[in-house]
Design a protein around this ligand. Structure first.
Ligand code: SF4
Length: 373
């Protein structure tokens, strides 16, 4: 019987030349993520899904680990085409191993034997056609870490752009200059999960903080629309001093970057911390405001975080978008992306008009038709 590793090995392509470099002793360095693994013949990288065989770096290709239709607010993007449907796909594997991962069934495949998620064969054309049929405006690579499967995302995004759709990554941000340059022509939106502002915490999760901070700076310089999320985990990353440093860093890149602080629920192997309370989110949001951030949101506890689900003009405080969870209840941004009351430009990627929401809750499109290539 084939193992999951066998199944995935049969679904690979050669790495993009931009993302590799031959180094000494026949090894190949991979630049798809911040680990920059020097991979010898017959070995895999830290992510377990990129491997060297026959002198070539093989990378995931031709399947999805899952597909879901989400309101764009779930990604979360609050300043990018509110109400749009985001056709979301992922592959398998991750370069980190966070013990609280909410997508562990796909992200920890090949690392954790209990993470079992059979891949479904797919083509870029079939995925984009499915997204269009469902009325999606954005294709988003998510659920596993998209940087480690960047070649497949770019293949899909080329097709998506040709069909007039936008594209995005939901990522841990553990990137390199090379991979960001590689995806740059094909990506509109990027969410970085900034998990902590302490390198020791990042090392517990299997990474380092510096590549993540560099990715945030570079995405902003590149002009990709960027929003940042921090999952607030009691006892792990909620110390006021850490939140002060984290939010001051984001504000130093730009005070206009939306920062979402979201509530932890016990998941996967991290079941010791208590769930995050609304008060904890509101205290973190207050720290972010003091740091100078102008668009601060609290997530995962709808209706219990006061005004922190809504968008207000940073100049005159007028209510611009009223939300409950992922539901957009009221939309007042002018066609030119300004506040209708004071005329201030609101940072983001806005549609000329709000076309309503196809859904305010995720749904599965069904993936059977993707099997036929
Ligand atoms: S994607 Fe990252 S973890 Fe995987 S092989 Fe490349 S550098 Fe290593």
């Amino acid at each position: 019987m084939s193992t999951l590793a066998d199944v995935l090995e049969a679904r690979t392509a050669e790495a993009a030349p931009e993302l590799i470099e031959p180094i000494s002793n026949g090894r190949i360095r991979c630049y798809a993520c911040g680990h920059q693994c020097p991979i010898p013949e017959g070995a895999t990288g830290v992510c377990k899904v990129r491997f060297v065989r026959g002198g070539r770096l093989h990378v995931p290709w031709g399947y999805v680990g899952g597909v879901q239709c989400d309101p764009i607010e779930k990604k979360p993007f609050f300043h990018a085409h509110p109400g749009a449907l985001a056709y979301s796909f992922g592959m398998l594997g991750c370069d980190l191993h966070c013990s609280y991962c909410q997508n562990w069934v796909t992200s920890q495949a090949l690392r954790d034997p209990s993470a079992v998620s059979p891949p479904v064969d797919a083509t870029p054309h079939a995925l984009v056609a499915d997204a269009r049929r469902l009325g999606a405006r954005v294709l988003v690579s998510t659920y596993n870490e998209p940087l480690i499967t960047a070649e497949w995302a770019v293949a899909i995004f080329r097709e998506a752009r040709a069909a007039g759709l936008m594209t995005g990554f939901v990522s841990n941000g553990n990137g390199t200059e090379r991979v960001l340059d590689y995806i740059r022509p094909w990506i509109d939106l990027y969410k970085v999960d900034l998990k902590s502002f302490d390198d020791r915490h990042y090392r517990q999760l299997g990474g380092r903080i510096e590549p993540i901070l560099a990715t945030i700076r570079r995405l902003h310089e590149m002009g990709v629309w960027l929003e940042i999320v921090t999952l607030l985990i009691p006892g792990f990353n909620d110390a006021p001093s850490e939140l002060e440093r984290l939010t001051a860093f984001v504000a130093s890149v730009s005070p206009h970057i939306p920062w979402h602080v979201t509530a932890f629920h016990k998941d996967y192997r991290m079941s010791d911390p208590d769930n995050t309370t609304p008060d904890m989110l509101m205290n973190a949001a207050e720290i972010a405001r003091r740091a100078g951030l102008r668009y601060v949101y609290a997530g995962n506890i709808p209706g219990r975080v006061g005004d922190l689900e809504n968008t207000r003009c940073h100049h005159c405080s007028a209510l611009l978008i009223e939300r409950y969870g992922y539901l957009v209840r009221q939309y007042r941004i002018a066609a030119d992306g300004t506040c209708p009351d004071c005329g201030t430009a609101i940072p983001g990627r806005w549609s000329r008009t709000f076309a309503g929401q196809i859904t305010a809750s995720p749904f599965l499109p069904g993936t059977r038709r993707l099997r036929t290539i």
